[in-house]
Design a protein. Structure first.
Length: 495
């Protein structure tokens, strides 16, 4: 196991001529990457359509954050204008999505940013980003499984069933979270049994949680009061930091610039927070090799899921700030408590149910994404080749899936959500930067490649994507705590 420097020449039979790279920055040609997918024992089955990809994207993006982040950010950063913050974040993601769409349609190979960086920047950067993605997705799956466990334990408690403290992390006690670990193991088995089965189950779960979101939106409309939107953009005020500088944004720690809450700049401060509600659309790119027509369907899947989720986020943010004055919103469970404040507690239970159901698909797709990155690294020889063996019946990388599933189950079981969420977020922005740079590099080094989808205005657009991602990075807190998919303050985790 480890970085294999000096074992390949960066080209393969039938590959187009390319200036060979040396050492750690040798590249693997697009032709060789595609040729590797045709090996019977190391190739994944093509079973997904554009609709499946959209479902995967929505399945991983829409978690409990849609019920929590919208209200908490409205109260602390932007007021009712939080809807504009979601639009601003969607624009940043859209810039990255254009770069991902070009790569995924040009290099339809498992691995997402890892594969793209290997084809454009080099082996060492690819190895780094590969491990970055594997660890990020593994920790993310552990975080979300812990959040799911909290919601399920809460629902069971309402039914008169108490989960023993030793089998959970209730009240911060040390224990083994058996519900979280069990969820991971069950979903690992489903992922191992094939993409089509995973897609069908994900489709069912996504249909359920989107229905819950839509019901909540339309129910909330009956309780909206126009005066709650005034002022839509509250007057600006400087953000006052509390406690350790680790809680301050990086831009403040490094440059001494204090971001403001509310006002126009408050929208951008809010965008840096709500951006993480969108994390996940890039995981769609990991399924490129298993898509029947990746040149056509990968862009549709990436943009379709991004547009649909943006619409849902904006709608929920407008409803919650219309139901209750932004300054009165609860930061731990704003939408749920907004319904309680207007005398409609029934919807709070529905929100908890939707959150628990929604997190199931998030965990499954995070598991799927990390196994595909690990599999691609193994097939390239950067990890033991045994992990690139596919199952003769299911056509999935079963050894990789079992290994990582067990690891994530142990992570979810032994570590608390609070310990994990501090380690998850910044890796995605780093991947965005790498992919954007890779688009520029590959346009220069391989202008001859057929690109079914071409990002416009290269190199200007990828450069803007890099700048936008870096701006969001420096607006993170120094400990990068905010924004996991199950939200740092989800009500079920305040147990």
């Amino acid at each position: 196991m480890g970085l294999d420097i000096g074992s390949r020449d960066g080209s393969g039979g039938g590959a187009a001529p390319q200036r060979p790279a040396r050492g750690a920055f040798r590249t693997k040609t697009v032709e060789q990457s595609i040729a590797d997918t045709e090996e019977p024992e190391h190739g994944l089955r093509k079973e997904l359509s554009a609709l499946d990809l959209v479902v995967y994207g929505v399945g991983v993006i829409v978690g409990t954050g849609i019920f929590v982040v919208t209200g908490s950010v409205a109260k602390e950063y932007a007021g009712p204008a939080v809807s504009l913050a979601f639009v601003a974040s969607a624009v940043v993601c859209g810039l990255a999505a254009l770069c991902y769409a070009e790569f995924a349609s040009t290099v339809p190979v498992a691995g997402s940013a890892y594969t793209f960086s290997y084809a454009s920047i080099g082996e060492l950067p690819a190895w780094i980003i590969g491990w970055d993605l594997v660890l990020e997705l593994a920790l993310g799956a552990g975080v979300v499984a812990g959040g799911w466990s909290g919601y399920v334990a809460s629902l069971l408690s309402h039914a008169g069933i108490e989960v023993p403290a030793s089998l959970s992390h209730r009240d911060g006690r040390f224990g083994f979270d058996v519900l979280a670990a069990a969820l991971v193991l069950v979903l690992t088995g489903i992922v191992m049994m094939g993409m089509k089965l995973s897609a069908r189950i994900t489709g069912l779960v996504v249909a359920t949680k989107v229905t819950v979101v839509l019901v909540v939106i339309f129910a909330g409309l009956f309780y909206v009061t126009g005066s709650n939107y005034s002022p839509f953009l509250p007057p600006s005020r400087a953000t006052t930091g509390t406690g350790s500088t680790l809680h301050a944004p990086l831009v403040q720690v490094v440059f001494g610039f204090t971001p403001s809450s509310f006002g126009v700049m408050g929208i951008f401060s809010a965008a840096a927070v709500v951006f993480f509600a969108f994390i996940g659309f890039d995981i769609v790119a990991t399924a490129a090799e298993e898509t029947r027509n990746p040149q056509r369907d990968m862009p549709r899947g990436i943009f379709g899921s991004l547009i649909l989720c943006t619409t849902l986020y904006v709608a929920v943010s407008l409803v919650v700030t219309g139901m209750q004055k932004y300054s009165d919103l609860d930061t731990s469970a704003p939408l749920s408590n907004a319904f309680k404040a207007v005398g409609a507690p029934f919807w709070s239970g529905l929100i908890s149910f939707g959150a628990a159901v929604g997190l199931t698909s998030v965990v499954m797709i995070l598991l799927l994404g990390q196994t595909r990155v690990f599999f691609a690294m193994s097939r390239d020889g950067l990890l033991p080749r045994a992990f690139s063996q596919v199952h003769p019946r299911y056509g999935t990388p079963y050894r990789t899936t079992v290994l990582l599933g067990v690891v994530v189950a142990l992570i979810a079981g032994f570590f608390t959500v609070g310990e994990l969420e501090q380690m998850v977020n910044i890796g995605t922005l780093f991947a965005f930067v790498v992919v954007a740079v890779g688009v520029i590099v590959l346009r220069r080094t391989r202008p001859d490649l057929h690109r079914a989808f071409r990002a416009p205005w290269v190199p200007v657009l990828p450069s803007l994507s890099v700048c936008a991602s870096l701006w969001l990075m420096i607006n993170l807190s120094a400990e990068t705590r905010r924004g996991c998919r199950c939200s740092p303050s989800a009500p079920a985790r305040r147990r």
